[in-house]
Design a protein around this ligand. Structure first.
Ligand code: GSH
Length: 238
């Protein structure tokens, strides 16, 4: 059933934070309007009336249905992807975005906290700063230890915990498969071998399971990710 109030989703297709929220909106079968924010030339209305810190994702919720470029003062303005994911789980309690059981909900939040503590720094260290893959592999290790024997972070159904990590993990795999990053030629494929090897057998299956989810497939654009790896200055070898 569609929600009673309007949702406008301010997004950028290549942002992993936006991709997580996009997946959750799709999973919840929410009715929403998307607005692409040009991050290189942010529209004034976005910073002045939607998100004062100028980052995507952001949502407006409620108020009259208006053009995304003229947000209503009556709508709630929400930002921070993890806050928005929790909001969507509250708004669509039957969607299974979060399980009902308090222990499983805590497990979902722990999984997100462990990921957020290290993952993006580890990503930058390896792909942008030519540091060894150690930090990245440590993050995989920490997450792998939190996973049950099969399925997802909280069991057989995926939740916002998994939707949080799926975009960045898939970006990592895509970049490694194509040896894209500032590391020496061939190092990406070596790291992929480690990720696909015995040490990360459980985690590797987990990544495959994430990528098989229809909600993930609806959002993920592998070709765009490869193009970014090939053209964005941060990924280019000196
Ligand atoms: N902690 C924020 C991070 C969002 C974020 O960093 N978004 C980036 C895109 S990936 C952005 O909007 N950057 C534009 C800017 O900082 O000016 C969240 O979880 O939503």
């Amino acid at each position: 059933m569609a929600q009673a109030k309007q949702i406008t989703f301010y997004t950028h297709a290549l942002s992993p934070y936006c991709q997580s929220v996009h997946i959750a909106l799709e999973e919840a079968k929410a009715e929403y309007t998307s607005y692409h924010v040009d991050l290189k030339d942010k529209p004034a209305f976005f910073v002045n009336e939607v998100n004062p810190v100028g980052k995507v994702p952001a949502l407006t919720y409620g108020g009259p249905k208006v053009s995304p470029e003229q947000p209503s003062p009556e709508s709630a303005k929400l930002r921070e992807s993890r806050v928005i994911l929790e909001f969507l789980a509250d708004l669509f309690p039957d969607s299974g975005l979060l399980p009902q059981d308090p222990v499983l909900r805590a497990k979902a939040r722990l999984f997100i906290a462990v990921f957020d503590a290290q993952a993006f720094d580890a990503f930058k260290a390896y792909f942008w700063m030519n540091e060894p893959a150690t930090k990245l592999l440590d993050v995989f290790d920490a997450l792998q230890k939190l996973l049950p024997a099969t399925g997802f972070a909280t069991g057989e159904k995926w939740s916002i915990a998994d939707m949080t990590v799926a975009p960045l993990l898939s970006t990592v795999v895509t970049l490694l498969e194509n040896d894209l990053g500032v590391y020496p030629v061939g190092d990406g494929r070596n790291t992929l071998e480690v990720l696909r090897g015995e040490r990360f057998a459980r985690f590797s299956t987990y990544i495959d399971d994430l990528q098989a989810q229809p909600g993930f497939k609806a959002v993920w654009n592998k070709d765009a990710q490869i193009t970014t790896g090939k053209t964005n200055a941060r990924f280019q070898r000196k």
